[in-house]
Design a protein around this ligand. Sequence first.
Ligand code: NAP
Length: 334
Amino acid sequence: VGIVNRRITLAARPVGEPTEADFALVEAPVPELGDGEVLVRTRWLSLDPYQRGRMSSARSYAAPVELGEVITGEAVGEIVESRTRRHSPGELVVGPFGWQEWATARAGSLRAVSGAAPPSTSLHVLGMTGLTAYFGLFDVARPRPGDTVVVSAAAGAVGQVVGQLARMTGCHTVGLASAGKLEDLTETYGYDTAIDYRREDLAAALKAACPHGADVYFDNVGGAVSDAVSRRLAVGARVAVCGLVSQYNLAEPELAPRNLGFLIVSRVRMEGFLVTDYRHRFPEGLGRLQRWVEEGRLTYREDVVEGLEQAPRAFIGLLRGENRGKLLVKVADA
Ligand SMILES: NC(=O)c1ccc[n+]([C@@H]2O[C@H](COP(=O)([O-])OP(=O)(O)OC[C@H]3O[C@@H](n4cnc5c(N)ncnc54)[C@H](OP(=O)(O)O)[C@@H]3O)[C@@H](O)[C@H]2O)c1
């Protein structure tokens, strides 16, 4: 009663790169709780490139955010009130709470936060981005020991996990990132080779890093980077198309990869995937990821900004590569 719910809504559909004027910080009453629902206080908010797609009205796999609506997003929250027997106040849960301080959600949309690790990891290495790396690599790309695995946006949330899982499989790992993150690639995530994808001689660098070609390409970015990698694929290579972050702010996507001949020459299998299609296997993925974190075999980096009001600026920076690790907003303290 009397508590204000601060929320960030879509003020305008971004054209090209989003600006802060595309978002509005508004105050609303704390939402009313319905039967079968919980009231949650948001603690951690996950910022993700896919949210750019939700801000656009173009056809996608999920409905867009309407103007004036709260921006959608996964978050960790604490249950404050419950009208379902499945959950009690005090529990920490992951759910689709959106960019706001208070939210209601149905019990069926919630996942328990792993008690063994800090709650924020349930949005990253023990959550959506870790699962994306796990299923995208093992189920879609299917690496074998000795394979050369190339990863784009390799220092990002998904990419940092992919590189480590590929290395654990016995692969030779090559990570692409912007210049300031190369040390993280080799020192923190164990990539064998780190390449600044903005350098002029990217093709030569890829050739040197993959003398026998790339057997796996885990693609997070698309565009010119993927065009260059596609020319280095080995016969029988697998390309897991995870994301196309280089394209999300473009009104017209680039015409890349320019030459699909590589599919024929190297008999490549290129396959897109959505992590949510693996929902029935999340317990398997989370169980393994958690064990590897506990054993110290899988590390992770979070990039935390404080305060809900910082979310738009941080999100704009995410699409520019300003994040160093998984981008999270700390909305409230415990
Ligand atoms: N299919 C699925 O189910 C699924 C699930 C989760 C995420 N994804 C996708 O996975 C990708 C990575 O997501 P994330 O959450 O891990 O984000 P992230 O990698 O932590 O952040 C995005 C990164 O993309 C890089 N980037 C931005 N513009 C670029 C460009 N023009 N060319 C090359 N790289 C660029 C930047 O790193 P640099 O500093 O290195 O440029 C930036 O840090 C995204 O494409 C996302 O949509 C897909």
